[in-house]
Design a protein around this ligand. Sequence first.
Ligand code: BT5
Length: 256
Amino acid sequence: EIDIQTRLIGRNLIYYPSIDSTNNEAKKEAALGAPEGTVIIADEQTGGRGRLGRHWVSPRGTGIWMSIILKPQLEPAEAAKITQLTAAAVTTALRNVTGCEAGIKWPNDIIINKKKVCGILTEMSAELNTVNHIIVGIGINVNVDPKEFPDEVRAIATSIKESVGHEIYRKEIVLEILQIFEELYLDFLRTRSMAKSVEICKKYSVTLGNAVRIISKDKIIFGEALDLTEDGELVIRNEAGAVEKIISGEVSVRGI
Ligand code: BT5
């Protein structure tokens, strides 16, 4: 039971004790005409997904596994903005509610003490150069015990509980995320500018100022992360000394 205070995001909220993936369910709901702002939330996922078909560990009772259905008038190429907006909302909410030092590893990881506490998976359906809907998947390890992670994930993952030393009520975090997400999203729709979200992304970035390795489909670029553009793309100086813009891709920050 969640006492929703927002007017768009989460007004229609569907809860499952267990489901394969909230993103899969959101996709089905969107196809059936679910209204913008619909949130699918599950206590456990049996087939949680990361990017590129990777598995997302989603144990029962201890995490926030949720997806938000959006229907913005956007060009498909702009969908990455929603990932940045989400990172800004989740990081702010985690800091507000728990006092943790969450940071954003561009483009879609939220980390604490160099380990991943949250991943964001933005998926869209589009036709004729317009977006039909965007599904934003958010996975947060709130009270997850590190023992619940398989070894290879435990090496790189953490939970809020592990970092602040005690359990946090998941509902409080969900409400704060929905609230801040709504503010940033409505501001974005009204102004068509990502300024507010990008300001937050810059403030909490753990990527900027660091040496980065960007692995895209066909190449690896080494460089230094310099800045975010006004749309939330990463600006780097590459090894040859040239400044270039990275729209998305796999980024590993050296030393993190
Ligand atoms: C992501 O992918 O970080 C996006 C994760 C999105 C999960 C949410 S949960 C609700 C919604 N429904 C879904 O089915 N998905 C979304 P990526 O950047 O590809 O990172 C995946 C990698 O993170 C894996 O290969 C593991 O190494 C690691 N990983 C898996 N589970 C993790 C966890 N619970 N915490 C931290 N790292 C994890």
